[in-house]
Design a binder for this molecule. Structure first.
Ligand code: NDP
Length: 282
């Protein structure tokens, strides 16, 4: 009988790393699909990132995720970037293609894949709250997925304007910045409302973005990037107003599905991965 005790390796470099549940979700998929692969969650300090990437190269890792604070800094250690990672200016997934390590960004791709379960972004009018790393990734992928119009609403005007300009200059979407001063009223004609700030993230579970909930209407889709807790106050309010919703757990799971596809070529079962996260009772 032949044996194969050599597992293909993937993992994550971040700091802090202990609270990151991705390993549970990815390894559940590996087990479910009978893959003898491993995902190793590693804490890497900023000044050790170069050595960590060289180590991954030396050990033939098939790929890895990068999270805070490495998403921008890792780029200098890579051999190339995918299209949206280049536009976003940040990488969260590294894929080995031949001898090269290529940076991709699955934050926004995972969001769009989860959203597509409830609506098609093509031709839609979108209001997006936030202009941080997650919002930027979501904005670029929504534009590349065919959203017609994206209004970026953000507390800091400079960051919001920069995301709107990025979209206008690099994608076919029409984009504009709208200031977030007081309660924001969703304009009539909006199809999709996306919340991508950190308001409502554990432990801020009572957080609710300052949106006039009376301006949410049935027929609108409301999506939240917060995955912990998955059912945010915003999504509860949106459901009560008759809106269709998409939660941040779907974004997180689909990001993992896309990463596994990049690394292994298989289409992982999203249901198994979502259940693995729910079982953690975060
Ligand atoms: P950043 O720190 O880069 O950006 C934070 C954003 O939230 C900025 O737009 C900031 O506005 C805004 N913000 C924070 N506090 C407030 C406030 N009190 N009022 C108004 N705006 C506020 O974070 P990320 O973009 O990386 O992450 C944002 C969220 O997305 C996090 O909660 C994270 O958990 C979630 N996320 C979820 C993922 C998933 O898979 N589900 C993946 C990645 C992220 P300003 O510019 O004015 O500071």
């Amino acid at each position: 009988m032949t044996h194969d005790f050599l597992s293909p390796l993937t993992g994550s470099f971040a700091m802090p790393a202990a609270e990151n549940p991705t390993v549970a979700m990815i390894e559940a998929a590996f087990r479910h699909h009978g893959l003898n692969w491993r995902y190793i969650n590693v804490e890497v300090a900023p000044d050790a990132l170069g050595d960590a990437v060289r180590g991954a190269r030396a050990m033939g890792w098939r790929g890895f995720n990068c999270s805070i604070p490495h998403k921008v800094a890792v780029i200098q250690h890579l051999d190339g970037l995918g299209e949206s990672a280049r536009l976003i200016g940040a990488v969260n997934t590294i894929v080995r293609r031949g001898d090269q390590l290529i940076g991709e960004n699955t934050d926004g791709k995972g969001f769009v894949k989860a959203l597509q379960a409830v609506t098609d972004p093509r031709g839609k009018s979108v209001v997006l709250f936030g202009a941080g790393g997650a919002a930027r990734a979501v904005a670029v992928e929504m534009a590349l997925a065919g959203a017609a119009r994206i209004t970026v609403v953000n507390r800091s005007a400079a960051r919001g304007q920069e995301v709107a300009r990025l979209l206008s200059e690099n994608t076919p979407a029409t984009a504009e910045y709208a200031p977030w001063e007081g309660m924001f009223r969703i304009p009539a004609g909006t199809d999709i409302v996306i919340h991508a700030t950190s308001i409502g993230l554990f432990p801020d579970v009572d957080g609710l973005p300052d949106i006039d909930l009376e301006t949410l209407h049935p027929g609108m889709v409301v999506a939240d990037g917060i995955h912990n807790p998955p059912l945010t106050r915003l999504l509860k309010a949106a459901t009560a107003r008759g809106c269709v919703t998409a939660d941040g757990l779907g974004m997180l799971v689909n990001q993992g599905v896309i990463g596994i596809k990049y690394w292994t070529g298989i289409d992982a079962d999203a249901g198994v991965m979502r259940q693995a996260l729910i079982d953690l009772k975060l």
